[in-house]
Design a binder for this molecule. Structure first.
Ligand code: GLA
Length: 408
């Protein structure tokens, strides 16, 4: 399975977003390999309009190491607001309306960078990698060489490792020429967190006027290296800090999942969800079948005894955008649909949330938010039957995920 997606499939259907076009023009200028799509030389007039305003920027505080961080505000014409920070290329706030038109921030997060540097931060909204999710015992071999990574989730490697994981670094931001997109870039040097190769990455957030928040990822390397990037946003469509998500209705476009051992490392099997509490092909509330309501009686949930924490194998063709998940909060009527070209999605029901205090003094209880992390399968680097996660020199890693918001 390929992780390299042609530029056309990845972005050009979205040229309706002027901001994406701007980000794309910027990215193309920096790319080693040329995009030969003729449309790419046709700039959207809005991006070159004189006087167009960039996303507003504000101070997000200094890291413990003394680095400055900033937060950017994206707005669309319907009043939706997303805020993204240079620390961890993090999605910090997302304000969306309910069926009556009342806006609320639906993301767990913190008021400034100090919260994100604290142990209470469980990757809230961050860009995770170089390899998100787990690598068994922090070990893999590539081209005959053994690599050892941090085992920061004993006994495994999780979400890129220690202090130099992508979620803990300050990224460089380039706002588009309107207030609807920002591109973050970062180069992770050869050997950082044990990974081979100088890896140059870009992550672009675009808030479209059709109420879609799009995240585009791009990476190149000078040595073969595993790459698996995702965003770790925690959603509560009733409003972050408003209680649990057990009443949220979830649909997943997945007939199969990857069973794991009790350290959440896939066994390598791909098994049907049918007849298990993981069958979300039709909408179920998250609370319907969590382990303390009987699901632990099945093997499928024994490995995640406190709730859902599983990788689902998305139906349809990886490399092509298709519906991955639909989440609805019946009380507020807020609906989020996720579209992606990735082969998998990790559905995690906030099992390790511990009532920590976040933005504006809100608390985030156990099962108080849900993560739907689009990605390649966990520990893919150690399973030949899983989609390929190795990026080679000369290739460009490209993937995108769209979060579409509506009400009903
Ligand atoms: C992922 C993992 C979970 C947990 C969270 C962070 O979603 O699958 O097991 O580690 O990140 O707390």
């Amino acid at each position: 399975m390929c992780i390299i997606f042609p530029m056309q499939t990845y972005l050009f259907p979205a040229l309706k977003y002027s901001a994406v076009a701007a980000a794309l023009l910027f990215m193309n200028a920096c790319l080693p390999d040329q995009n030969d799509d003729p449309d790419s030389s046709d700039p959207d007039p809005k991006t070159s309009e004189p006087g167009a305003e960039n996303a507003a920027t504000a101070d997000f505080g200094k890291t413990k190491a003394g680095e400055s961080t900033e937060i950017y505000t994206l707005k669309n014409k319907n009043g939706l607001i997303a805020k993204v920070a240079t620390y961890g290329a993090t999605l910090v706030e997302l304000h969306i309306p309910d069926k009556e038109g009342n806006f609320v921030d639906v993301l767990n997060g913190f008021d400034d960078v100090s919260g994100y540097e604290d142990d209470d931060n469980q990757y809230f909204g961050s860009t995770t990698g170089r390899v998100c999710n787990r690598i068994a015992k922090g070990e893999f071999s590539l081209d005959g060489k053994e690599y050892t990574l941090a085992t920061n989730n004993d006994p495994n490697h999780l979400h890129g490792g220690g202090d130099k994981a992508l979620s803990k670094q300050v990224w460089k931001a380039v706002p588009a020429s309107d207030a609807q997109a920002v591109t973050f870039s970062l180069t992770s040097p050869d050997g950082e967190e044990g990974y081979p190769g100088n890896l140059s990455m870009k992550v672009t957030y675009t808030l479209g006027d059709d109420n879609e928040l799009r995240i585009d990822y791009e990476a190149t390397t000078d040595k073969a290296t595993p790459v698996n990037l995702t965003n770790h946003a925690y959603f509560n469509l009733g409003g972050a800090g408003s209680g649990t998500v057990l009443d949220h209705e979830l649909t997943l476009n997945a007939d199969n999942y990857t069973p794991t051992d009790d350290t959440l490392i896939p066994t390598g099997k791909i098994e049907p969800v049918e007849g298990t509490p993981l069958d979300f092909r039709k909408a179920h509330t998250i609370g319907d079948r969590v382990p303390d309501k009987g699901a632990s009686k099945t093997d499928d949930c024994k490995t995640a005894p406190k709730g859902y924490d599983h990788n689902f194998v998305l139906n349809g063709k990886a490399g092509e955008q298709r519906l991955a998940a639909r989440l609805k909060d019946p009380k507020s009527g807020r609906v989020m649909e996720i579209y992606t070209d990735q082969p998998g999605i990790q559905f995690y029901s906030g099992n390790f949330l511990k009532g920590q205090t976040g933005k504006g003094g809100k608390t985030y209880p156990f099962r108080g938010a849900v993560c739907l992390e689009t990605q390649h399968f966990p520990d893919g680097v150690n399973h030949d039957n899983f989609p390929n996660t190795i990026l080679k020199p000369g290739e460009t890693y490209k993937t995108s995920t769209v979060h579409k918001f509506s009400t009903e």
